[in-house]
Design a protein around this ligand. Structure first.
Ligand SMILES: [Zn+2]
Length: 87
């Protein structure tokens, strides 16, 4: 089998191989939210080849990075690295 598209984990930067158990992450809008509350939801989806090409999808190499992404989301309201790496 040949991978025609290569994916990297949006959290740790690892490259996807055939045997990895990857997940997809999507941040979506919340239909209604209170002032001062996060206006996004955090959704984990099973890996799907077609959906994984969707530019709204983030890619996660496994449970560890999913947990890290969730932690960042709940702490910083983003899964991007910049603010999250301060321990
Ligand atoms: Zn990762």
């Amino acid at each position: 089998m040949v991978w025609d598209v290569s994916y990297t984990c949006d959290i740790c930067g690892k490259e996807k191989g055939e045997a990895n158990h990857w997940w997809m992450l999507m941040l979506g809008d919340v239909p209604c939210f209170e002032a001062g509350q996060p206006n996004q939801r955090f959704t984990i989806l099973p890996w799907n080849v077609n959906e994984s090409r969707n530019s709204d999808m983030r890619h996660l190499c496994g449970q560890g990075c999913a947990m890290k992404a969730l932690e960042r989301f709940m702490t910083n309201r983003t899964i991007e690295m910049e603010l999250a790496e301060v321990e």
